[in-house]
Design a protein around this ligand. Structure first.
Ligand SMILES: C[S@@+](CC[C@H](N)C(=O)[O-])C[C@H]1O[C@@H](n2cnc3c(N)ncnc32)[C@H](O)[C@@H]1O
Length: 309
């Protein structure tokens, strides 16, 4: 990253993470990203998969999620292991497992995963629903839809329907919606050199426009009593709080709720209710950023939005 951009990124981090910014900056720019695996409980129980990985030479550490493990040592890349090919595991960052956890869908759903490929969250939703009910997994990119379909099949997620198309044209509603739109990926700088090297404040604004269009479209799919999780692996307010504020305004039919489990709280920072002198919806403080250095994960922003019954 060029020195000027690096400075700009660091200054912006201070505005969103306060006294955690320094550690987060070092972690995202210099840290070695940890690997996490999610055990696919649709196909096997957690103990047997852990045993099989450990027999093959892996060393795993538990996390607060009963099916997720940090990989301390592995005999080789787990993405090409037998367990992976057989759909017993999915290599997925711990923070990326939070949006499905917080959406917490009950079968039969239905659930709409609006930007689904390559399917890490779709297949996690399928296991949270124990393979019951229906998940409509939509993505616009044909190449990525192929990976999505492959992962859905690999994980044995029989309750998932894969659809290729622009989700802004969807006209069916659902009580559970996950929107994980494309973003600048600031929270993945430690493992994505492309995101790091191509980051500019202008790129942030470009993604923000796209995210706003997507959120505006999918919020309409939510009936009274429905829940929508908006998540990004980026930290900029323009792609997060400002998108939500622009779409929801002060609309009281929606409320942003604090759904963080107790274990997660120390690793998070509340959402902003003011940016550049402008007041935002007050309930945005219930949204949050995951501090990557604290959770040893990607940086994420997550908002749980409910439509009042
Ligand atoms: C951050 S990725 C999603 C990652 C995915 N949720 C996961 O956890 O594996 C964003 C996705 O949004 C898709 N996308 C962008 N615009 C879209 C649109 N208008 N309709 C549906 N999908 C779209 C992109 O093709 C991309 O695959």
């Amino acid at each position: 990253m060029k020195p000027g951009r690096l400075r700009a990124f660091r200054e912006r981090l201070e505005l969103v993470l306060g006294d955690r910014a320094e550690d987060a900056f070092r972690y995202l720019l210099e840290g070695r990203p940890p690997t996490y695996v999610r055990v696919n409980t649709l196909k096997a129980d957690v103990e047997s998969v852990v045993e099989s990985l450990e027999r093959a030479g892996a060393r795993l550490e538990e996390t607060p999620l009963p099916y997720a493990f940090r990989v301390l040592e592995a005999p080789g890349p787990l993405g090409s292991s037998l367990e992976h090919v057989a759909g017993l595991i999915y290599v997925q960052d711990l923070a990326s497992m939070l949006p499905p956890e917080l959406l917490s869908p009950e079968p039969p759903g239905p659930v709409i995963d609006a930007c689904a490929a390559p399917g890490s969250k779709t297949t996690q939703l399928a296991q949270l629903m124990e393979g019951r009910g229906v998940i409509l997994a939509v993505d616009v990119d044909p190449r990525r839809v192929r990976s999505l379909a492959h992962n859905v099949e690999r994980m044995g997620a029989v309750n998932v329907i894969v659809a290729r198309g622009d989700v802004t044209r969807l006209r069916v509603g659902a009580p559970y919606v996950l929107l994980d739109p494309p973003c600048t990926g600031e929270g993945t700088f430690h493992r994505d050199p492309h995101a790091r090297e191509t980051w500019t404040p202008r790129k942030v604004r470009r993604f923000a426009r796209k995210q706003e269009r997507l959120l505006r479209a999918v919020v309409r799919l939510l009936p009274p009593g429905g829940r929508l999780v908006y998540s990004t692996c980026t930290l900029s307010p323009e792609e997060n709080e400002l998108v939500i504020h622009r779409v929801l305004g002060e609309d009281e039919r929606f409320r942003i709720v604090d759904a963080r489990p107790r274990w997660l709280r120390p690793h998070t920072v509340p959402g902003l209710t003011e940016w550049e002198g402008r007041e935002l919806r007050r309930d945005l403080r219930n949204a949050f950023r995951v501090d990557p250095a604290s959770l040893r994960s990607d940086g994420f922003f997550i908002a749980v939005i409910e439509r009042v019954p």
